[in-house]
Design a protein around this ligand. Sequence first.
Ligand code: NBG
Length: 832
Amino acid sequence: MVKKSKSGQSSAGVNFGSRADLSIEGLRRTFREHLYYTQGRFPDGATRNDLYMALAYTVRDQLLDRWIKTVEQMGREDHKVVSYLSAEFLLGPHLENNLINLGIYQKVCRTAEEEGIDIQAIFDQEEEPGLGNGGLGRLAACYLDSLATLEIPAIGYGIRYEFGIFDQAIRDGWQVERTDEWLRLGNPWEMARPEIAYQVNFGGRTEPYEDDQGRYQVRWIPHRTVKGVAYDTPILGYRVNTCNLLRLWKAEAVESFELEAFNVGDYYRAVDEKIYSENITKVLYPNDEPVQGKQLRLEQQYFFVSCSLQDMLRIYRLLGGELSRFASRFAIQLNDTHPAIAIAELMRLLIDENDMDWSTAWEVTCNTFGYTNHTLLPEALEKWPVDLFAGLFPRHMEIIFEINRRFLEEVSSRFPGDEERVARMSLIDESGGRYVRMAHLACVGSKAINGVAELHTRLLEEDVLRDFYDMMPEKFSNKTNGVTPRRFMVLSNPGLSRLISGKIGDSWVSNPEELKQLENFVDDGAFREEWHRVKFENKRKLSGLIHARTGIEVDPSSLFDIQVKRLHEYKRQHLNVLHIIALYNRIKQDPAYDLCPRTFIFGGKAAPGYFMAKRIIKLINSVAEVVNRDPDVAGRLKIVFFPDFNVKNAKFVYPAADLSEQISTAGKEASGTGNMKFSMNGALTIGTLDGANVEIREEVGVENFFLFGLTAEEVCSLQKNGYQPFEYYQSNQELQAVIDRISSGHFSNGDQELFKPLVDSLLFHDTFMLFADFGAYVNAQKHVDQAYRDQERWTRMSILNTARMGKFSSDRAVREYCRDIWHVKPAPVALE
Ligand code: NBG
């Protein structure tokens, strides 16, 4: 339980009275004060946003004591701090989460009700900070939640994008993008810290010189300087006092610089400079996996990395330690290669700005960083043209060349005469054009390298990073992803959480392995009935939302078959569509065809420039148009594309699923985390042996998982032996009929061109082997259909899924990082 402070005594001994008071009266008073003094409203004139803001400030007040004490403690005691560097944090709404973590959710809801306030409408008012694309950014947010819950001192460092991931609307079946103006009505959760600001340089040249002691030094004479300003958001743990810090950087112009020195009289150019500077943190690049080699993206990466490292060095100086012991106070984790330039930047800061010698600086650097890889897709491995890189960061380029020179010397001496290996491992790809390989930089400059699921880590070791594994196997380990049960169960699925807690108590929330105890109740008919009822209620709620957003009526007693995730060919949403069309064909052929009524629900955004992904969205909607209104189908099949899938509406989606679609080509999905969110909420999975599916299946039991498809090895060897998708088309009649149905224009008002690019790509390339897996997939779906007819059995399997998902809590994952990589321990925060 949260320890209450004695009427909010601060460390300075000042009594802040009511604002930190958790009693109902206290909350009520603080809320009214904020409505009046912060929002400037009487209750009568207050808008919904005023009410939301006042409540958010009321809750934030509760966090402040904990937040200040946590941050103070980081600087005071001899604790190591985790510094999580990530270009993305996909946080989702804060308000409900904070209420849950504080333990005042029920109390606040009840009080609001008494006041005649529609609390759901207020929750709904919050714009989510969509500062990420998908799994990688959401994982960072889950890890912040777990770090705080485990009472580990930690700072998340990232970018305060003015526009997060775009809002998706569907027009005429196509995705249209709208800018996400999440800051429009104000953000009560952040605090601007204008006095915490750093200068970040770009471009220019370097110049060698001799310092006072006659040592060789290099100075960087930049072409341009931008200022990074800190915006802080509190991240409270569940029922603890630890309230960590998320520090996001906003780019601003260095006013004095252009206005006075350079642009005297040239007012417009000065303003241009300002706009140029602010551009850096204007917008999140909306590409999920493949990288976009854009200069601005590289500028964003360096910008936030440099600010963050300067900030850590400042904090470290406050502590007064020897700089050579930096790694004993900070463990920095690189969330993929987006912040990997940190390795060169820390070297630069230590050598050029703190007079450290190369080898000490290199030791500090290598002991500080850990690197998490999140992808096996070759097109998602970041590499930057050397010219672009050197133009923006001339000094870093020199440092990287020197790191590389020393490293390749080591490679040569370990593997004499193996020139091919040297070329393969070089930080510079010279196989055609010259590129900086960010993953190689990350591997060389980190003491630990990890993948995000067992299969993924094995494939890294055997394939993508094989040479590095050969040379330094001790650096490699697996850290299977996890998700927070607070947001994805307690907050998203209150009905199920209440049912569970009623049976086994509520300590599973911080210790989800306890969910195992639910296994004792699978034979309890009354419990199963309750379980089923909760699931049905969740499906009813989602049905209402679907109707409101799309106008489509769905039947909550049908099987809810859901695939929500970013649109990507490797995730194979179109394989799901091929199955739907196969069912449709069966019904058309035999209107009495016996099948369990199903509602297929899709959701997810496509990168705005990803042609195929956008066409898959159009295909889903086109098939939906035809199937949903075909009288022969008569409600047995319904298809929905739920627009604008994000963290906020995810909470209605995961708890309502009967079936979770995890059907990526084996060997392509590093882990997946949506798969975990579904299964925790009692959905059964139909899936391939890919990413964390492998481990989920092991945990929940093979008999409670619908497996199909080629293994990663089979995918690989089929590819090698010349995969011919056309042969599958010719030999599988059902597949042929499905493809022909699309080609004929049946779903596109006779237009045979619309889906031709998609169909041709499948017939003649099928890079992700839909055709090879089609038969097995349709077959597994048949088993799903059979199983769902036996509702007792299905509910049993559903309960067992939830009961056995404890492993996939982000608490477990973060504990492993703490133990194996960061070497940090909990540091509980006392309030008085
Ligand atoms: C994604 C993977 C997912 C994985 C998340 C989190 C990137 C680069 N990778 O499979 O595709 O679950 O990372 O680890 O976004």
